[in-house]
Structures are given as C-alpha cells and as structure tokens.
Design a protein around this ligand. Sequence first.
Ligand code: ATP
Ligand code: MG
Length: 388
Amino acid sequence: MKEVILAKCGELVLKGLNRSNFENILMNNIKQKLKDDLKSIRSAQSTVYIELNEGADPDLVVEKLTKVFGISSISRAGIFEKDIEKIKKGACEYLRDELTLAKTFKVESKRSDKKFPLKSPEISAITGGEILKNFRHLKVDVNNPDIVVTVEIRDNNAFVHGARIKGAGGMPTSSNGKAAVLISGGIDSPVAAYMMAKRGLSLDAIHFFSSPYTSEKAKEKVIELTRIISGYAGKINLHIVPFTQQQLEIKKMCKNEHMTLIMRRMMMQIAERIAKKNRCDGLITGESLGQVASQTLLALAVTGECVKMPILRPLVGMDKEEIVTIARKIGTFETSILPYEDCCTVFVPKHPTTKPKLSSILESESKIDMEYWIQKAVDETYVIEVSE
Ligand code: ATP
Ligand code: MG
C-alpha cells in the first residue's frame, strides 16, 4: 500500500504572501533532516507531502520530523484512489492495528476537491459504517474518541490517517535570519538557543573558554550541548574564544566588585564582532531577570550598553523551574548539570554590585585597554562545525 507522511505547517498559514517562501525553507530543512530517506517532497494547502525511499523506517522519520520547527502536526497517511469503495476498505486495512487497539472512534472528513461526488458528512458516515462492520468491538464517540480517522479528499488522491503526532511548532529555522548565541555549559543558554531557533533563527554559537581554569571536559560539554541544539537548529558553527588572559587582566586591573560586569561587557563586544563577521544580526543570551547579581535590570543595562546589535534574552521573564522543564524536554538538562566549571564562575568577585552605575563601571574599565583585549580575543577565536 502506498503511504505518505503529511506534515502540517502551523503558523505559516498566517504568513500571506510570504507563505510559499516559508514553505520552501521548511521543505529545505526537512530535506536536510531526512537526507537519503527522502524520495520526494512537495507542498500544497499548508501541508508538506513526504514520500520515503524503500527501506526507510517511517516511525524513525516521524520522530526526526518532531524536531523540525514550522511543523504543527505529523501523520502517516495511506494513499487511495478517489473512490469511496476503495477509501472505506482502505481505511479498515491501513488502520487495522490502531482500530483493533481502540475502543471508540470517529471519522472526520475534509473535501478540498469539491468535484468529489460525496459531501464530507457522507464520506464520514460511509467510512464509519464500514469500520463498525469490520471491528465489532468499536463504538462511535464524537466527543472523546480513542482514535480519529481522518479522510481527506485532495486534488489528486484521497488520504486516510489515524493518530496525529504533535510537531515542534514555531517557524522554520533560518526563515527569520541568523543570530549568535552566547553558550556556556549551564542550563539556561542552550534553552535560550532552542527558543530562538524555534522562532525561525539559524544559529552560530560563541563560547568563552578559560584554559587552564576551565578544563577540556568543560569544552566538550559545550560541544555536546551545541550538538543537541543542532538537532533542532541545523548545523551550528561554534566559535571558541580563548578568554583567560582577558580575565586575568580584568582581575588584576579593575575593582573587584566590578569584575563580572566588565567581563560581561567585554564578552558582549567580542561576541558582537564575531557575530558581524559571520553575518549574524543579533546576539542571544540565557539571562533571566534577577537570577544572579549580574542579571538585575541595572546590570543588564550596563552589560548591553556597549553593543549595538539587538540582544535577545528569551528567558528574561521565566522562572528557573520553567527553564528546567524546557531543558528536560529538549534533552540538554542532563548534560548541563555535569559538574564542570564555567569561565564566569572561576572569576567571581566576593561582593558583586547589584546596582551598578555605568559611570563607575566605565571608570574601572578605563584601567585596561579594552580595544586591544577585545580584538586579541577575536583574532584568536577558532571554529568547530557542529551537527547532530
Ligand atoms: P547559563 O545557565 O546559560 O550558564 P547562568 O544563569 O549561569 O546562565 P551567567 O553565568 O551569568 O548565567 O551567564 C549569563 C549568560 O551569559 C549565559 O546564559 C550565556 O548566554 C552567557 N555566558 C555565560 N558564560 C559564558 C561562556 N563561558 N561562554 C559564552 N557565553 C557565556
Ligand atoms: Mg552559567
């Protein structure tokens, strides 16, 4: 029996004239995800039709598709001729396993081909009758059925499908441009990366690394987190910035209580330069209001003041618990809690300012040659290509 996977586009429907452009990006992302499993792909009426090569495992493919942003639901569907006899018999055969397990069902029909001689309620009634005849244990329940059998009469064929699997939602990665995420080994920044990829950004990642204060293991952890995110966001160039000398210089020259903020200002400026060089139009961080001293409103203002690019902070209004829930869902949590130190935690002041004044920070900062240290970091940065 011929089968196809239907991926319904979610928010894309709203995009008016841009829709075909978005659908093309989505189809491209699906192609990259499915590689050799894919035989053909096309889109019509906010649905992407995916045909698989022989030998591809449809269950595995569906699982892969649940990580593709821009898809609201996925279903495997049997393809039939537009003949009600073939449709009703086909439905019983194609959904045999699911119908055997269910206790209740209903049939929903959609007819986008208005030339088809039966109306939707008639298609449902006839198909439902055939199912009841073949599966004597089943009852119809229109409110809360175990399985909804959907019959769709489209231009070229009829499609029958059962369970619908929830897609990742959001917008296709890269449909909204590219931004650079500042990724640490913590819980928050990978979640921030995921959330912005879900809004259609493709990603570069930037990690500040302070060897020997932070270990090779800490770097591997960041590579692994980036790899997990690339399962959703596609290939990511991870820029590793050697940052030890800069931190030592700040520690030596600047006021102890200003250390973190000066360091963060330097990180933002280095990140902005790397982002520009790599055609990114924004920076993403995992900052959340009030979580630590460097994330009070005044501290965020001082940190952001030194760059022009928009800084996206998708976690800004979220509780730690909400962030952890997402981290678990996307599979980064277990890696994030591995106990390797981060460069920010190595050089923490004893009494960081929570209500910093920009003028005193600037005064403190003037003790070091910011431009020299920023450019040095950019020049020493190297790239690791990460994909799942
Ligand atoms: P996370 O859980 O993401 O580490 P956090 O709550 O520990 O965040 P901070 O350590 O203050 O908070 O860092 C705030 C943000 O700064 C991080 O979410 C991340 O975007 C960025 N950041 C921190 N350390 C690094 C690093 N070593 N390399 C790159 N970005 C970093
Ligand atoms: Mg951290």
